[in-house]
Design a protein around this ligand. Structure first.
Ligand SMILES: [Fe+2]
Length: 246
């Protein structure tokens, strides 16, 4: 199937009930950083619209393989090997081609490679935890990685993030950036997470949960999870940097 140019026409109106309120005291940092006054809509500035764009020629061969892209030659990351794939879709369900999809995650033990990371779990010397790829003409993307572990975070007495992968999607300009998180089917930690609990609409949460997809698994190598990202409209994915809707 070949992707075609989207039709022009009016946008679908956004469903504001899908998005969590800015102030959700169960997620403590929202108390200080949620807006106290009515929001103001701003038009894009000239530099946002015409500013620098990502050069698609900058990608390296292993940017979409987190199992080896940080590993020493001949070695690989520790953990359950998985393939994550899906499509970036517009509000009419058509694939968006040429979108830069970036992803970052903790290692199999739940530890990030970051200088401010303090969790006890060990670093994996062969795992960096970041990668990127570009959607093809049908809006498809895929990457190989290891399944991330859950990790604790300082919020309540004993709060944990479920296993998750962070995603950023760029359009053709840096002003068009959307950020979200993918969770894994069957993980009981999802429903205990204070950040997930800020989302009032269960259907919106379920859209962030990637189902196991054995049809795309590679026999004797890795299982697959499928995660479609919908940029706008009634079925829009929830984006952390556009809680009010996008
Ligand atoms: Fe995280």
């Amino acid at each position: 199937m070949k992707n075609t140019m989207p039709e022009t026409g009016g946008f679908f109106s956004r469903d504001r009930n899908q998005h969590p309120p800015a102030l959700t005291p169960g997620y403590k940092t929202t108390v200080l950083r949620s807006p106290q006054r009515a929001l103001i809509a701003l038009d894009g500035t000239r530099s946002e619209i015409t500013g620098p764009v990502f050069g698609h020629g900058l990608l390296n061969e292993f940017d979409n393989d987190l199992i080896v892209n940080y590993a020493k030659p001949g070695e690989s990351a520790i953990g359950q090997r998985i393939l994550v794939h899906g499509r970036v879709l517009d509000e009419r369900g058509r694939g968006v081609d040429g979108a830069l999809v970036e992803f970052w995650q903790a290692n199999a033990g739940g530890r990030y490679r970051h200088k401010k990371e303090t969790y006890l779990a060990a670093l994996d010397p062969n795992f960096g935890g970041v990668g990127r790829t570009i959607t093809d003409e049908d809006g498809r993307y895929q990457f190989k990685t290891v399944k991330p572990g859950a990790y604790p975070w300082p919020n309540g007495v004993n709060d944990w993030r479920p296993a998750h992968i962070h995603f950023s999607v760029f359009g053709h300009g840096f002003a068009q950036r959307l950020i979200t998180q993918m969770y894994f089917e069957g993980d009981p930690m999802i429903w205990l997470c204070p950040i997930v609990k800020t989302i009032p609409d269960e259907a919106a949460i379920r859209q962030l949960i990637a189902p196991l997809d054995m049809n795309q698994a590679i026999p004797m190598d890795m299982r697959a999870y499928k995660f479609d990202i919908v940029l706008r409209g009634r079925r829009s994915t929830l984006f952390a940097n556009r809680m009010e809707g996008n």
